[in-house]
Write a protein that binds this ligand. Structure first.
Ligand code: G6Q
Length: 550
């Protein structure tokens, strides 16, 4: 195994790619397909029921070989083993990164610091299942004896985006008699809108916070407690039946007033944005039930095993990750669009934004040196076909190169009329149009007036992947998420960055805490920020009817 001391760009495996890129830069997908009849079936990979067509990328077989050679040179295989065996690969927080343990079957073991963590994971899953069954069966009753009808998850970032996304994605598998709401923003609007039509007697709050100290979550949890008590005659004992917690911090949970018997724990080795399949997924389990939650975990695990064992040129997450490096670092692509053709995945791009950008938006290497290439691209997207009627214009004819991931399904969740064939025809058509475009000659041949021709030309050569799975269900969702988790890790390993810390979110939090008293104080506070921030604070105080310094 090679040790990563030399800079990325000075490696010969990198320079081989750079040289290869010089020859690839102007090659057209049209030509690649024209001279290679098998390309569309050869440059594909299939595993765990997910088919990946990566033939519409600006690559050749050689590109793939060179990318795989880079991964091997960097020691990706060993780095994967480091993650799966609990090495402290989150170096800046000195932590193992073991979200893969959250979906490891009972029969296997992962020993960390002399302790097998798999039984701990399953003990929490079993407690979650008991609780969820009680709520779903109407055995867990509210303080006044009424059945729980509403579940409100209070959390933010990794304690919100996964639960929201999974609830939306699996809504058709959910218990429709239960209403689910999600409160994340410290903006009071979020809480008010989530609760305005709910009866406190029938409402269960899940306070989901790894640290149980996050400003937004603790503020919303406090408002939730006040809201509940104001409806239930200020009887503090009501909290026990209407609040449960998900956290790593039992003492803070009990300080808040939640019985630690009603707490579901997880561990420091689960990063926030990698936690939706831990107890942070309690709302998901309440919605779809323990069995389907188990199916989701099994889906994750299938991809975990595939990532760990498959050769890189057949390895779906590795291929996706390496292609991202190819476009980010050689074609200077700034962003990747993720375009699910499945309305239930409407929050999937938002979820991926955190997973990808909080993980790989890093400027220094593991050793603290400035990186010598770009790192994590911007991820964004919307479900198709909606996006086609808005931003796809820029992807087709704009000046930015935006590699796309299309996600499509063979079978609809709801088979009505011809909808699904129309949906599927659109996804295939979009990938085709991006890759092959429409030439000047083709536009002219349609009898288009000369002046209009340039406007109607599609240059093509715009790359995309198409991921095709049979149907969206809990298992498929687990697979898709694991696919992106491991693609992110693949990228992070190549760039030699810490994909599991998030120091970039700290500064704003610290500054906000400093500004809060300056906004709330009765008397004009002495302000020693820059002149812009001072002025904004004073303007705000005036709007709130608070005095400002003369
Ligand atoms: C994720 C981040 C971040 C975190 C939130 C919520 O990887 O660490 O998004 O999930 O800040 O944190 P708590 O769960 O501790 O409230």
């Amino acid at each position: 195994m090679s040790v990563q001391l030399e800079s990325l760009t000075s490696r010969s495996s990198w320079q081989d790619l750079a040289q290869h890129y010089d020859g690839m830069r102007d090659i057209q997908l049209r030509d690649l397909f024209a001279k290679d009849a098998d390309r569309g079936t050869r440059l594909t990979a299939e595993a765990c029921g997910i088919f990946l067509d990566f033939s519409k990328n600006r690559i050749t077989d050689e590109t793939l070989q060179l990318l795989v050679a880079l991964a091997e040179d960097i020691g990706l295989r060993d780095k994967i083993e480091d993650m799966f065996t609990g090495k402290r690969i989150n170096v800046t927080e000195d932590r193992s990164v073991l979200h893969i343990a959250l979906r490891t079957p009972k029969t296997e073991s992962i020993v960390v610091d002399g302790e097998d963590i798999v039984p701990q994971v399953h003990a929490v899953l079993d407690r979650m299942a008991t609780f969820c069954n009680q709520v779903r069966d109407g055995l867990w009753r509210g303080h006044t004896g009424k059945r729980i009808r509403n579940v409100v998850n209070i959390g933010i970032g990794g304690s919100d985006l996964g639960p929201v996304m999974a609830y939306e994605a699996l809504r058709s598998y959910s218990e429709r008699d239960l209403t689910f709401r999600f409160v994340s923003n410290v903006d009071g609007t979020d809480f008010v809108e989530a609760t305005h039509d709910l009866n406190a007697e029938e409402t269960l709050f899940i306070v989901a916070s790894k640290t149980f100290s996050t400003l937004e979550t603790m503020t919303n949890a406090g408002s939730a407690r006040n809201w509940l008590l104001s409806q239930l005659g200020d009887d503090k004992t009501a909290v026990a039946k209407h609040f449960v917690a998900v956290s790593t911090h039992a003492n803070r949970v009990s300080e808040f007033g939640i019985d630690t018997n009603n707490m579901f724990e997880f561990w420091d080795w689960v990063g926030g944005r990698y936690s939706m399949d831990s107890a942070i997924g309690l709302s998901t389990m309440l919605a779809i039930g323990p069995d389907r939650f188990g199916e989701m975990l099994a889906g994750f695990h299938e991809i975990d095993s595939h990532f760990r064992t498959a050769p890189f040129d057949r390895n779906l997450p590795a291929i996706l990750g390496l292609l991202t490096v190819w476009y980010t670092n050689f074609f200077n692509a700034q962003s990747i669009a993720v375009l699910p053709y499945e309305q239930y995945l409407k929050r999937f791009p938002a979820y991926l934004q955190q997973l990808t950008m909080e993980s790989n938006g890093k400027q220094v290497t593991l050793e603290g040196h400035p990186v010598d290439t770009d790192t994590g691209p911007i991820y964004w997207g919307e479900p198709g076909t909606n996006g086609q009627h808005s931003f796809y214009q820029l992807i087709h004819q704009g000046t930015h190169l935006i590699p796309c991931d299309f996600i499509a399904f063979g079978k609809p969740v709801h088979a009505i009329g011809r909808h699904h064939d129309m949906l599927a025809s659109n996804v295939f058509a979009q990938a085709e149009a991006l890759a092959f475009g429409k030439t000047t000659e083709e536009v002219e041949a349609e009898g288009t007036e000369d002046w209009l021709v340039p406007h109607r030309v599609f240059n093509g050569n715009r790359p995309s992947n198409t991921l095709l799975a049979e149907q969206l269900n809990p298992s498929t969702l687990g697979k898709l998420i694991a696919l992106y988790e491991h693609s992110v890790y693949t990228q992070g390993v190549i760039w030699n960055i810490d994909s599991f810390d998030q120091w970039g979110v700290e500064l704003g939090k610290v500054l906000a805490n400093r500004i809060i008293p300056e906004l709330e104080s009765q008397d004009p506070p002495p302000l020693d920020h820059d002149s812009s921030t001072n002025n904004l604070i004073n303007k705000y105080r005036s709007m709130r009817g608070r005095s400002v310094q003369g």
